[in-house]
Write a protein that binds this ligand. Sequence first.
Ligand code: HEC
Ligand code: HEC
Ligand code: HEC
Ligand code: HEC
Ligand code: HEC
Length: 218
Amino acid sequence: MAQIFHPSMNTLSKATIFGGLFLVASLAFAWDRFNRSAYMTDADVVRDQPVPFSHEHHVRGLGIDCRYCHTTVEQSAFAGIPATEICMNCHSQIWKDSPMLQPVRDSYRSGKPLKWTRVHDVPDFVYFNHSIHVAKGIGCESCHGRVDQMPLMRRTQTLQMGWCLECHARPQEFIRDRKDIYEFGKPARTDAREHGQELVKEYGIDKKQLQDCWICHR
Ligand code: HEC
Ligand code: HEC
Ligand code: HEC
Ligand code: HEC
Ligand code: HEC
């Protein structure tokens, strides 16, 4: 009997089937990437603020400690956003006539707080707490990036669940000595891997519990 399909069709149909599978896989991958992209998660987007406050200038240039402005980062869930009075400690004398600082002076006079736009914000059904992370050796840099090099604040991480879990599954890769919490751009130790394991033990971190749903969704 004459063949209906030429033998070469076998290869062709295989190619089509596999090609189709490949296409589906690539689309799924692309979709996943898109969902995690800066566009979808708003990472790296600079927000409008009442005053163009520069962390680069105040932190790296002037050497002001994070805790001078974010006073509760070690004690509470909330790191704290500085009150106008804190700015005025210096700006009642420095750049006191600058138009850029007019909103700060207005706020000081009227007693109405400045309305800073939030850059980081996890949904209400997620429990997040700064103090525990700081106490267990996670540096600001691990979650906020090179704040000391930001003329304007931006978010460097997605803050999605997968991101939290990446560290909760392998804290040894991110943990540092407590004295280095406020360090930026410090070169990694040559024995980083062993040291990370040691710190996880020393700080009594329970990796199993860190991946339980209820710790973040309570
Ligand atoms: C002189 C005061 C001051 C100092 C010092 C300071 N900050 Fe800030 N920080 C601010 C102000 C004001 C804002 C709100 C405006 C903005 O987002 O740019 C802010 C915002 C932030 C935000 C984003 C908050 C949000 O809306 O999600 C992060 C993260 C942050 N600071 C981290 C740090 C870190 C880390 C340090 C130390 C390396 C630091 N800051 C030092 C004043 C300060
Ligand atoms: C410990 C002192 C100090 C505090 C507190 C402080 N500043 Fe400044 N700020 C300075 C100095 C000094 C300069 C000028 C630096 C220069 O000209 O080189 C400056 C410059 C600025 C400028 C000019 C633009 C720039 O970055 O060069 C803005 C805007 C500003 N500060 C906003 C703020 C706000 C808002 C706060 C409160 C959240 C604040 N500062 C708190 C010391 C301070
Ligand atoms: C484990 C990751 C992580 C670490 C470490 C971390 N932050 Fe945050 N930070 C976040 C998240 C997530 C938010 C958003 C919290 C929310 O929406 O409730 C945030 C928000 C902030 C805010 C806005 C105010 C607030 O509390 O919501 C400031 C300011 C801030 N962080 C400063 C700091 C400073 C300073 C350090 C270092 C001492 C630090 N953070 C360390 C993850 C982290
Ligand atoms: C870079 C590492 C890192 C990242 C990123 C991180 N965490 Fe954690 N988290 C830790 C470590 C370390 C602990 C302390 C574990 C312990 O005490 O055993 C912790 C503890 C916690 C706890 C337990 C607090 C308590 O009171 O018991 C919660 C809740 C939590 N993290 C939520 C989050 C959420 C939500 C995110 C993402 C928005 C996040 N974490 C991102 C490292 C991280
Ligand atoms: C380390 C903290 C953490 C743990 C542990 C965690 N989640 Fe989440 N979860 C988050 C964060 C952060 C978000 C918000 C994601 C966003 O804003 O996109 C989230 C969002 C969700 C959502 C909403 C849908 C979505 O994907 O945005 C569901 C459902 C969820 N989590 C279920 C779970 C379940 C089930 C577990 C246990 C297997 C779990 N989570 C463990 C941090 C956590």
